[in-house]
Design a protein around this ligand. Structure first.
Ligand code: LFR
Length: 484
């Protein structure tokens, strides 16, 4: 074993970052991370719908990597992770339009079309995924629906390749087209047992099988930087610098960096979403798991991320955006402090209600939920914030309990990682409502998981997940919240 530095590109739904990670797997082990670039990720509403600005994101990625290589010319590899399910269609080198944002409402038609061919209970047996209206297979069906309604050939008929977002960035960097397996597991088109593309389902849905690239595992090398990219990244970038596949689904990377004992812990990867669950060796696709809408996503090293998507800090950030659209200036720290001192009882609403998915007036929709359910309607932003935090804490506690019952994992500790680990009120109220101690941190779990999988591939870290998690536990001391 040796020591070295890798660069992690981590793209979230609201912001992206490039992080340098230095890992030394020798002796007691050491892990250090340093952020070199952070940029916002601003979706664009076009006449065709809500899209990601992938070109702008790519520009920020290369600018961040240039900076990273300037600071650490000895970087051994680059890894990319992002949110799941969304994809670009390519013909040759060319991207066919800006990819859609999963919060675009076009998928309703796709859901109907898919379920007419393969009802949800059959899908669940095949792919083990919870129902989320934006899973890639529904988006692709919506894509076909558009085409059959209007102009044919549609983009899907023209495309020769479909790439999920991190694979697209990997392709821009290296020229190689692959599908990393953890993220591919969120498409709905991967068999739960085989972990291969479900060709039969793809055919029944009338999708072109040829657009799905070969699958690769986290830790495998995607390829070397294209010479022109290496030149763009500056004199610091030695050629051939390789891009290594990580758990390219951000949640898969985050789970790698949860310093947990999977036999007795649950995790909440809390950012835009709150992904609440446990890590298993085998999927659970029972009727009860399906009814509870629990997912079996592919983890690093063949582990299963058995979890449920709770709406997450989106509820807060989108509310803040709405207040700011209305002309208010909101200081988040002050808002959270005010929320913590609210004494009046606040509504605990159903944070999983699909009405909260689309962008727009979230406080209005929360008020509408409260009116319908005879709950007190929050009056001030502080009361809204408190109501959101109480509702998230309740949804987190419920999901932990359900995960435990469905999987048989006896949960003694809940780990909260991601930005939500900084939200003291949320961590405390989750501990209170679950009646289980919460360990908060690390905040940058996703980037750390990305770093660790690359470091292992380079021989800078031990071979099993347990030794990677031990490095996290040594480097980051979690904050403990006892239930009150
Ligand atoms: C979290 C996440 C979730 C996925 C959602 C949409 O960032 O990747 O795991 O369900 O975004 O892609």
């Amino acid at each position: 074993m040796s020591a070295g530095t890798v660069a992690a590109v981590d793209l979230g739904a609201t912001s992206g970052r490039v992080i340098l990670g230095r890992v030394d797997g020798r002796g007691a082990g050491a892990l250090e991370i340093r952020q070199v670039a952070r940029f916002s990720n601003d979706p664009v509403q076009l006449a065709s719908g809500l899209h990601w600005d992938l070109t702008g994101l790519y520009r920020n990625v290369t600018a961040g990597l240039t900076q990273a290589l300037r600071e650490a010319p000895d970087v051994a590899s680059i890894g990319v992770d992002s949110w799941a399910v969304d994809y670009a269609l390519l013909r040759g080198e060319r991207m066919l339009g800006e990819p859609f944002h999963y919060r675009d409402e076009r998928t309703a038609a796709g859901v109907e079309a898919v379920h007419a061919i393969a009802p949800f209970d059959e899908l669940y047996r095949r792919n083990g995924l919870q129902f989320l209206p934006f899973n890639t297979l529904y988006q692709l069906a919506a894509e076909q629906h558009d085409a059959s309604d209007g102009v044919r050939p549609g983009w899907l008929d023209l495309a020769d390749t479909l790439l999920l977002v991190p694979d697209l960035i990997g392709f821009q960097l290296t020229g190689r087209r692959v599908a990393e397996r953890t993220n591919a597991s969120t498409t709905g088109l991967l068999g739960i047992e085989s972990r291969e593309w479900d060709d039969e389902l793809i055919e029944r849905l009338g999708l072109p099988a040829s657009v799905f690239p070969s699958l690769i595992e986290p830790g495998e090398t995607i390829g070397s930087l294209r010479p022109e990219v290496a030149a763009e990244l500056g004199p610091g970038s030695r050629h051939p610098l390789s891009v290594v596949a990580v758990g390219s689904h951000d949640t898969a990377s985050a789970v790698v960096a949860v310093p947990m004992q999977p036999e007795s812990a649950a995790y909440i990867s809390c950012g835009t979403w709150g992904l609440v669950g446990v890590e298993l060796e085998h999927p659970v696709t029972s009727d009860a798991a399906r009814a509870a809408n629990f997912t079996n996503e592919g983890g690093v090293d063949g582990r299963v991320r058995f979890l449920h998507n709770v709406m997450g800090l989106w509820l807060l950030s989108e509310s803040v955006r709405e207040w700011e659209r209305g002309g208010e200036t909101v200081d988040l720290a002050a808002l959270l402090a005010a929320a913590a001192s609210v004494t009046a009882p606040v509504a605990v609403f159903d944070a999983n209600d699909p009405r909260f998915l689309a962008p727009g007036d979230l406080p209005g929709r929360i008020a509408e939920w409260c009116r319908e359910h005879d709950e007190p309607i929050p009056g001030s932003p502080a009361e809204f914030a408190r109501s959101i935090i109480e509702s998230l804490a309740q949804a987190f506690a419920d999901a932990v309990r359900t995960a435990s019952i469905l999987s048989g994992v006896d949960v003694e500790t809940i780990h909260i990682v991601g930005g939500g680990a900084l939200n003291e009120l949320l961590c405390q109220r989750t501990a209170d409502r679950a009646e289980i101690a919460v360990l908060a941190g690390p905040v940058e779990a996703t980037a750390i998981g990305n770093v660790l999988v690359q470091a292992r591939a380079q021989g800078f870290a031990g071979s099993d997940l347990e030794s990677l998690r031990a490095l996290v536990a040594t480097a980051f001391t979690p904050r403990r919240y006892e239930p009150r």
